[in-house]
Design a protein around this ligand. Structure first.
Ligand SMILES: *[C@@H]1O[C@H](CO)[C@@H](O)[C@H](O)[C@H]1NC(C)=O
Ligand SMILES: *[C@@H]1O[C@H](CO)[C@@H](O)[C@H](O)[C@H]1NC(C)=O
Ligand SMILES: *[C@@H]1O[C@H](CO)[C@@H](O)[C@H](O)[C@H]1NC(C)=O
Ligand SMILES: *[C@@H]1O[C@H](CO)[C@@H](O)[C@H](O)[C@H]1NC(C)=O
Length: 330
């Protein structure tokens, strides 16, 4: 199945949704249809390609999508040097009896959270509303849902915008409660199994480790992630057919030098001159306001908050075994 891009105006929000579902083939294989929800970790080009450059359109401009830092590649709307988590999760196909197409359908939008953020991006709940519309109008059939897996990636945008941290714990509880409520919504709509990302060690992102020249992770950021993950597990403890993808453990292991040979762990490949700027930013005379490395496959982080493709491959390799166990048992 190849469905062309369609414009959706659901839940009071209009967005260009790239629908690239592909049927899996082969009699002895088990087929899953994957649906992705959340933010830039699993957005494969849903944010519109606007004219100008901005933090929310940078993924459509060089050096995004260039793979090896060379000029050869074209940006593909992903927040990485090439592929992102949702692409890499599908590459677990080889050597096992189960095959899952990586693209499926993604409703995720870079920058989104469970709550409204600036720029009116669709929240997780609104993305699920878009999903529901496609079920209602028959674009997504019962057949698609029969062996469906959803991935929910909420990676901290809610916190990045929560400047008022007088009750941070209360806010974290609210965010994780919301995630769990949306997981149940997906299951009610007929999704059979749900993968939920836990929160990666946000204190280690170049965004927060820049102040120490990328030598130390920010302890507060990492503590917030730990709280988030504790509450997330509590919120989902009694929900069946849910598996938490433990990004936090995988990232931490890799960043501490175990489980990967990546040379550059905290330093990003692409760095803006201004800490408030962004990778890909240009000046008034179109001059580059950032530097970019020539060997992103040696870096864990691509820009101030996103892993490189090599980073994602290292992460998903760590998570593959428990994930497959979850998908293949009952
Ligand atoms: C933060 O919260 C306090 C009280 O809870 C409020 O007075 C203040 O206006 C808030 N600041 C922002 C920026 O929202
Ligand atoms: C958490 O959610 C409740 C219910 O919506 C709300 O009353 C409360 O203010 C929220 N707390 C924080 C810290 O966001
Ligand atoms: C970071 O590195 C720059 C250039 O090497 C140096 O000027 C600066 O003092 C360093 N900052 C810290 C916090 O180590
Ligand atoms: C670009 O031009 C604006 C307005 O003239 C100015 O405020 C800004 O500092 C300039 N930016 C750079 C990077 O030169």
């Amino acid at each position: 199945m190849k469905v062309s891009a369609s414009r959706l105006a659901a839940c009071g929000f209009s967005l260009l949704l790239l629908v690239t579902g592909v049927e899996c083939g082969g009699g002895k294989y088990h087929w899953y249809t994957m649906f992705m929800f959340g933010d830039s970790f699993v957005d494969t080009g849903n944010l519109p390609k606007t004219g100008g450059r901005s933090p929310l359109s940078r993924q459509w401009h060089w050096p995004y999508g260039t793979f090896n830092g060379g000029r050869s590649g074209n940006p593909i709307g992903r927040f990485s040097n090439y592929l992102v988590q949702s692409d890499v999760i599908g590459s677990v196909r080889s050597g096992i009896k189960h095959y899952c197409d990586p693209s499926g359908m993604t409703f995720a939008v870079g920058g989104a959270g469970v709550y409204d953020v600036p720029d009116r991006l669709p929240t997780l709940a609104q993305q699920i509303c878009n999903f529901k519309r496609l079920i209602k109008d028959g674009t997504i059939s019962k057949w698609h849902l029969a062996d469906s897996v959803a991935l929910v990636a909420i990676s901290g945008n809610d916190y990045a915008h929560a400047t008022n941290s007088s009750d941070m714990i209360g806010f974290i509880r609210n965010v994780t409660t919301e995630i769990a409520a949306n997981v149940k919504r997906l299951q009610k709509l007929g999704v059979k199994k749900v993968l939920v990302n836990d929160l990666h060690p946000v204190g280690c992102t170049p965004w927060l480790s820049r102040t120490t020249n990328y030598t130390v992770c920010d302890a507060r950021g990492n503590m917030a992630a730990t709280f988030h993950n504790t509450y997330l597990r509590k919120s989902l403890a009694n929900t069946r057919n849910v598996h938490i993808l433990d990004l936090n453990t995988a990232f931490t292991k890799i960043l501490s030098g175990k489980g990967s040979k990546l040379q550059h762990k905290l330093t990003p490949c692409c760095e803006s001159f201004d800490p408030e700027g962004y990778c890909g930013q240009r000046g008034n005379k179109s001059e580059r306001l950032y530097t970019v490395c020539t060997n992103p496959d040696q870096y864990f982080y691509w820009d101030s908050v996103h892993p490189t493709q090599a980073g994602w491959e290292a992460v998903m390799k760590q998570l593959q075994k428990p994930m497959l166990h979850f998908l293949t048992h009952n």
